[in-house]
Design a binder for this molecule. Structure first.
Ligand code: TRP
Ligand code: SF4
Length: 406
């Protein structure tokens, strides 16, 4: 996707390193990332500070191991560091700085109302989540996103309220700090730099938008500003902000890009999740995988081999939907309904497909497992790129808040 200024749209997403990745992550999130990286300017990061909001009591070595294993998993399934910027949140300290500044302007009530706050506290009863850090989770997430001026954030349904909050925080920030004294005069000065024709066009488009809500005019005005070479960054931002009536848009409001939930359930038919112990890891032991599939529950009506079954009541059938071609699916469905195959037969093609996939992933992970410096240097590069972008944003943020007096 190409945005108005001719550059690929920016996408930012993070993943918490709270354990080894499993097939649910692969079919839910990672496959999506792999597609996005071809179309967008993607920033994918390990949200290790976010992991600490819930796992602060855990042995910190576990988190650091999870971080590196997670990056290996990303690379092994095809997340490509030459297409996407891969980095670790805590290695870009600007996330913490922006988090701090945003926390100053975020009303407590906004955070208490985020559904995940109470949901997670209720769900993770064994952890004490009455902490400042956990309440502030969405503020840190807002910082992650706003630092990079992300236009889109691929997230699951549960995260949509966090993106909505991010938009509200950005709006509040722009409202509080984007209105410099003499803003209108400065905007008028900047308009003159567009040249006679440009200035006239800008004014017409601005009127069309502010008076008639003409969004096409707004798009045209954005294009006009993006293509102009005479404006400084500050002037250009000012004119972007002026279009919509308010101050400068220092932080850009992102949209959420809803990721479809994984079609692959856990081994027991429930959602695949570490806490349900029903997962297959991305780099699992082949013997365990085979055993796990053989042990999967099936349609309870098929007590004996001769009892016909209903695939729709069987988690194995959902695995077929993800892993089997049409003819295998037809064979399994027919065989199940007529009891011409047993459940062991039905599971075999799945075992084959899973083991083949596991072998491919293991093969691609191997060089990274054998030589940890490979992963470290990929991440070092990514962190450097991320910091460049983050740094630019922070300079604007500090100067807008008049925090650049050193
Ligand atoms: N909160 C996200 C999750 O639990 C992880 C995350 C942290 C994130 N920062 C982000 C996702 C920024 C998208 C953008 O899945
Ligand atoms: Fe499930 Fe296949 Fe057994 Fe039918 S034959 S109950 S689909 S495992």
């Amino acid at each position: 996707m190409i945005s108005k200024n001719g550059q690929a749209e920016r996408v930012v997403s993070g993943m918490r390193p709270t354990g080894r990745l499993h097939l649910g992550h692969y079919h839910g999130v990672l496959k999506n990332w792999i597609e996005l990286q071809n179309e967008f300017d993607c920033y994918f990061f390990v949200a290790d500070w976010h992991a600490l909001t819930t796992h602060y009591e855990e042995d910190s070595a576990t988190i650091s191991d999870n971080v590196w294993q997670m990056v290996i998993d990303w690379l092994a399934v095809g997340v490509d560091p030459s297409r996407a910027t891969l980095f670790i949140q805590s290695r870009v300290p600007e996330h913490a700085e922006l988090n701090l500044l945003l926390s100053m302007i975020t009303p407590l009530g906004w955070l208490e109302r985020v559904p995940s706050y109470k949901d997670q506290q209720a769900k993770l009863k064994e952890r004490d989540l009455s902490t400042h850090g956990f309440l502030g989770y969405p503020v840190l997430q807002a910082a992650d996103i706003l630092l990079y001026h992300a236009q889109s954030v691929p997230v699951g349904e549960d995260q949509v309220p966090h993106i909505e909050l991010t938009r509200e925080i950005a709006r509040r920030f722009n409202f509080l700090y984007g209105r410099e004294t003499g803003f209108e005069e400065k905007a008028e000065e900047a308009i003159k730099k567009l040249g006679k024709r440009g200035a006239k066009l800008y004014r017409n488009l601005r009127n069309a938008y502010t008076e008639r809500g003409d969004h096409e005019a707004l798009d045209k005005a954005h294009a006009l500003l993006s293509s102009n070479q005479n404006l400084s960054n500050a002037e250009s931002e000012r004119l972007f902000g002026y279009l919509e009536g308010g101050g400068r848009a220092i932080l850009s409001e992102p949209e959420s890009m809803l990721t479809e939930a994984s079609k692959l359930p856990g081994l027991d038919g429930e959602k695949m999740s570490k806490s349900y112990r029903n997962t297959i890891s991305l780099r699992d032991d082949p013997i365990r995988v085979e055993k796990a599939v053989r042990g999967m529950p099936t349609d309870p009506a098929r007590v004996r081999r001769n009892d016909p079954g209903d695939p729709n009541r069987c988690p194995v059938w959902q695995f077929h939907h993800v892993y089997s071609d049409d003819s295998t699916k037809a064979w399994a469905e027919e065989g199940c309904r007529t009891a011409s195959i047993g459940c062991i037969d039905c599971k075999q093609p799945l075992i084959d497909a899973l083991l083949k996939e596991q072998a491919e992933i293991a093969e691609r992970a191997k060089p990274y497992e054998e030589d940890p410096t490979l992963v470290r240097s990929i991440i070092a590069d990514g962190c450097e790129r991320a910091r460049e972008t983050a740094d630019e944003t922070m300079e604007q943020v500090r100067s807008t808040m008049n925090l650049d007096y050193y």
